[in-house]
Design a protein around this ligand. Structure first.
Ligand SMILES: NC(=O)c1ccc[n+]([C@@H]2O[C@H](COP(=O)([O-])OP(=O)(O)OC[C@H]3O[C@@H](n4cnc5c(N)ncnc54)[C@H](O)[C@@H]3O)[C@@H](O)[C@H]2O)c1
Ligand SMILES: O=C(O)C[C@H](O)C(=O)O
Length: 308
């Protein structure tokens, strides 16, 4: 199993590290445009192999896509991150050009690959890959919901005073400060609805804290987060590589599902060796459906800024 990660920055390197530590891939190629940067990150990570006990071979490349040839999975993290006070949508001007050229170069060398898009604004970048490549829709996956759901579980555990391992929950919708739809109604603590334990007001707070999870970290760090994003990507890569058939919320092209068309947005999907193997349609209540519709309008508005 060969995995390429484009962008050897904070998220790309973290993702490569988690993939290696989980020890399911034979090879990870890190690629970056900064001269020597990916090679340096790869060497540093390889020097953790004997310490962390993995056999994955990590190599680096400065813009040489021949090194990425025949990758089973390619992750795109190249692009600029936001600074405090910015929205993800403000990154579109620079990141659209990067994502378009990177996806085209990747596919030239790995025509059968599955692409996972991470660069922001992620739902729109995922849509861009759909519109500018010939890859079938099951092989274009946007990562956002897996991260947002992890943050949701963190906030739920905090509110419940429970261990995170006791908590389950999912965030669908757009990967944006306003667009996320945390499904509090379906969140559970060891199978018991969380609504049994905490008030509506506290759950509203959990929902709001989850939606601004990325902005909160960006304010604290001066740039956006990387550990949880890297771990979330590695979870998707593992589900595909190991044909796990796990459900994750991912950004995918909708063709009528959830009453939406011609946009990529986060919905639950089954991930396996063929990428997105199924879009799971769950019944939303009126409030959730209204939030989803509003979220989709936001994503479509950002998509409208693309020069296709
Ligand atoms: N979808 C998500 O949940 C999620 C989570 C975190 C970050 N992000 C996004 O991921 C992107 C990367 O974030 P980061 O913190 O790793 O940034 P970073 O600046 O640390 O790393 C980005 C890397 O991309 C490289 N790069 C730029 N143009 C390139 C090109 N054409 N080809 C190859 N490499 C190129 C840069 O040299 C840099 O090393 C940002 O757009 C950020 O907003 C998304
Ligand atoms: O917040 C960001 O800009 C980066 C990423 O989308 C995140 O949610 O951490």
């Amino acid at each position: 199993m060969k995995v390429t990660v484009v962008g050897a920055g904070a998220v790309g390197a973290s993702c490569a590290e988690y993939i290696a530590i989980k020890n399911f891939a034979s090879e990870v190629v890190l690629l970056d445009i900064k001269e020597g940067y990916a090679e340096g990150k790869a060497m540093d990570l390889m020097q953790t192999a004997s310490l962390n006990g993995f056999d994955t071979k990590i190599t680096g490349s400065t813009s040489d896509y021949s090194k990425t040839a025949n990758s089973d999975i390619c992750v795109i993290t190249s692009g600029i991150p936001r600074k405090p006070g910015m929205t993800r949508e403000e990154l579109i001007g620079i990141n659209a050009g990067i994502v378009k050229s990177v996806s085209s170069d990747l596919i030239k060398h790995s025509p059968d690959t599955i692409i996972i898009v991470v660069s922001n604004p992620m739902d729109t970048m995922t849509y861009l890959v759909h519109k500018t490549t010939d890859l079938p829709k099951n092989r274009i996956i946007g990562m956002g919901g897996a991260l947002d759901s992890a943050r949701f579980k963190y906030r739920l555990a905090e509110a419940l005073g429970a261990p995170i391992s006791d908590v389950d929950g999912m965030v669908i919708g757009g990967h944006s400060d306003k667009g996320m739809v945390p499904l509090t109604r379906l969140a559970t603590r060891n199978s018991v609805p969380v609504t049994e334990f905490i008030s509506d007001e506290r759950l509203d707070q959990v929902r709001e804290d989850t939606k601004v999870g990325g902005a909160t970290l960006t304010k604290l760090l001066g740039t956006s987060a990387w550990y949880a994003p890297g771990a979330a990507v590695s979870g998707l890569v593992q589900a595909i590589a190991c044909d796990q058939k796990k459900i994750f919320p991912c950004s995918t092209m909708l063709e009528g599902e959830y009453g939406l068309n011609d946009l990529c947005i986060g919905v639950p999907v089954v991930l396996g060796r063929n990428g997105i193997e199924k879009i799971v349609e769950i019944e939303l209540n009126d409030a959730e459906a209204a939030h989803m519709k509003e979220s989709a309008e936001g994503v479509s508005k950002t998509n409208g800024l693309l020069e296709l």
